[in-house]
Design a protein. Structure first.
Length: 248
């Protein structure tokens, strides 16, 4: 096990599946104690227990990033247990896809509240502790869709583009406190969502990727690990694209 993050506490939202689970598992192998969240304790604890069985340190916390009270409770729980949060990875997010002409206001508002507002709420809750410590790493998970756009995902694309602009602004605010703020923007990643596609749909996706394959959660986790590790102390305000060349 590497010790690059030994002694650090990492809070990973949406850490019970897919990309979030991959990030949580990888940061634990680098020595971090990972507090991973899901909407239910059962989902979060299942991954946390698996990480502990593999020799890592992990705890489970319930969190609904669209609920301000839940955000405050989650952060308070982690601070009560560890007295610090060195790393914040905002990964929790949802989709409610539809063409704009068919998109209901509730579908727009739910995605904005979870993805964009949720990232704001988590940063607003965690940043004061990082400011007092004069150190911290924040990584917000966005998407290639935030750069390229995608039919039927106007709400989702808007949140991801918004998170990137938010992150650049926050990076300027917090740089003097030794806190870096960056984004990782995955492309098409091999998760439950893409596995549900039929062969024709998968081929259509792959035709847009010069490397000719879907990415893995580990590909995204490696990018996050770089940004929170010792090799990125002079990197802030960037969006690191992990998309196999889909966007250059």
């Amino acid at each position: 096990m590497s010790e690059d993050l030994n002694g650090k506490v990492a809070l990973v939202t949406g850490g019970s599946r897919g990309i979030g689970e991959g990030i949580a598992r990888h940061l634990s192998t680098l020595g971090a104690h990972v507090a991973l969240t899901a909407r239910t304790m059962e989902a979060a604890e299942s991954v946390a227990a698996s990480i502990r069985e593999d020799g890592g340190a992990a705890t489970a916390v319930t969190l609904d990033v669209s609920d301000p009270a839940s955000v405050e409770s989650c952060v308070a729980t982690v601070l009560e247990d560890h007295e610090r949060i060195d790393i914040l990875v905002n990964n929790a997010g949802i989709t409610r896809d539809n063409l704009l002409l068919r998109m209901k206001p509730d579908d727009w508002e739910a995605v904005i509240s979870t993805n964009l507002d949720g990232t704001y709420r988590m940063c607003r809750a965690v940043v004061p502790k990082m400011v007092r410590a004069k150190a911290g790493r924040i990584v917000n998970i966005t998407s290639v869709v935030g750069t390229l756009g995608n039919p039927g995902q106007a709400n989702y694309a808007a949140t991801k583009a918004g998170i990137e602009a938010f992150s650049r602004s926050l990076a300027r605010e917090l740089g003097s406190r030794n806190i870096t703020v960056n984004c990782v923007a995955p492309g098409f990643i091999d998760t439950d969502m893409t596995r549900a596609l039929d062969a024709k749909q998968r081929d259509a996706l792959l035709s847009q990727v010069p490397l000719g394959r879907l990415g893995s959660p580990q590909d995204v986790a490696d990018a996050v690990a770089f940004l929170v590790g010792s090799g990125a102390t002079y990197v802030t305000g960037i969006t690191l694209h992990v998309n196999g060349g889909m966007h250059m």
